[in-house]
Design a protein around this ligand. Structure first.
Ligand SMILES: NC(=O)c1ccc[n+]([C@@H]2O[C@H](COP(=O)([O-])OP(=O)(O)OC[C@H]3O[C@@H](n4cnc5c(N)ncnc54)[C@H](O)[C@@H]3O)[C@@H](O)[C@H]2O)c1
Length: 356
């Protein structure tokens, strides 16, 4: 049983819903330094457990064996570190960290403590993406040729959060960590990346400091290529036409596409048969709140997978090493935006003396 404490109750709301609906998780405590938000969440879920505005209370609580972290991106490293130092397993939302300079310390702490660190790359845990993976592993596409993944959303509402307008916030990490994780899931050995980005006039008007519109191409050690894109401050297509976040796999004998919105999946497999699958009956599991702005089903899927990994002693992926690999790639992408040049991931890792 995962005896969980949740830190950060914005997106942590989805994790509360996930934990409270799961037989594998016991939600012990919720924590946010914003007292009003704590009260709001208690009322929303009629939560009976403990509530605190001090992270330290959860760290010192022997009844908690795992902490799930949903604080702003630039605070994750410190919050993960504290959890490990206090002997807790960790679930950390994406992006795991935003700077490789903190990677070695966290790797060492995870090793010393013997505690598990799982990265909440929620998009992997949506129904279409899970099916896409199963079909890929079953060989329905033959050999993988290339991947295209993207995440395009009108996230102007996000600019109301103060930290999104700070210099530390980058859509590169906050948004592109989703499609970049898809790329690394299928092609872990990305060697080099090249990309262009810009800050749109909508983003500049909203007060964003960094690029909100980006296109990248990747090359792997075995010569395959892939691409991702992200655009965050303008209107998007209706979901019947597009899906905001998609992953397309093109193989020697088939092709598949997982669409996150509307839970849609399409495949042409090695038999030549074309299928489109939807999961109407699971929409309520994934999208539990108003509209589709928050979603919780994939959080429940990953919390249960993580609970199993502790009980049955296996590694839940993405683990800390995979998470750091994705940050290394994002950091290489960041450098490519700054320099206008292709950047090798191994150079970025070497600068920080990180081995994964
Ligand atoms: N699909 C996903 O996986 C997904 C979706 C949205 C957000 N996120 C991630 O979740 C994280 C939080 O994003 P958000 O949209 O909820 O932001 P938010 O600003 O709404 O929430 C963050 C909360 O953390 C609290 N907080 C900050 N420092 C704290 C501290 N030291 N102690 C206690 N509470 C503290 C703040 O008071 C705030 O309520 C980000 O890293 C974001 O990238 C993930």
């Amino acid at each position: 049983m995962l005896k969980l404490g949740i830190l950060g109750l914005g997106e942590g709301r989805s994790t509360m819903s996930a934990a409270l609906n799961s037989p594998k998780v016991s939600l012990q405590t919720i924590c946010d330094r914003n007292e009003d938000l704590c009260r709001h969440r208690v009322a929303e879920f009629q939560f009976q457990g403990r509530v605190t505005t001090h992270y330290q209370d959860m760290l010192e609580d022997p009844e908690i064996n795992a902490i799930a972290i949903y604080t702003p991106d630039h605070l994750h490293a410190e919050h993960v570190k504290l959890a490990l130092e206090h002997g807790k397993h960790v679930v950390c939302t994406k992006p795991f960290i935003d700077d490789l300079s903190k990677a070695n310390e966290l790797l060492a702490l995870a090793e010393q403590s013997g505690k598990k660190v799982f990265i909440g790359q929620s998009s992997r845990f949506f129904e279409p993406m899970k099916r896409q993976r199963v079909d890929f592993e079953a060989g329905l596409l033959g050999e993988l040729i290339t991947i295209e993944a993207y995440y395009h959303a009108d996230h102007r509402w996000f600019l109301e959060k103060g930290w999104s307008l700070e210099n530390a916030f980058k859509w590169l990490y906050g948004g592109l960590s989703h499609p970049v994780d898809f790329i690394r899931w299928y092609l872990p050995n990305v060697e080099e990346v090249m990309g262009y980005g810009m800050l749109s006039s909508n983003g500049a008007k909203g007060g964003l400091k960094h690029q909100d519109t980006m296109h990248f191409i990747f090359k792997t050690t075995d010569g395959r290529v892939a691409r991702v894109s992200g655009a965050y401050t303008g209107p998007v297509q209706p979901v019947t036409r597009d899906s905001e976040m998609s992953c397309i796999l093109r193989g020697t004998e088939g092709c598949s596409q997982g669409d996150y919105m509307d839970l849609r999946y399409a495949i042409t497999d090695r038999t030549g048969e074309e299928r489109i699958v939807t999961w109407e009956h699971k929409l309520k599991h994934y999208f539990r709140f108003e509209g589709k702005s928050h979603h919780a089903g994939e959080y429940q899927n990953y919390l249960e997978y993580f609970a199993d990994s502790i009980e049955q002693n296996f590694t839940a992926y993405p683990d800390i090493r995979e998470g750091i690999g994705t940050i290394a790639l994002l950091q290489a992408m960041d450098r490519s935006l700054q320099t206008g040049q292709p950047v090798k991931v191994r150079d970025v890792l070497a600068e920080h003396r990180v081995t994964i």
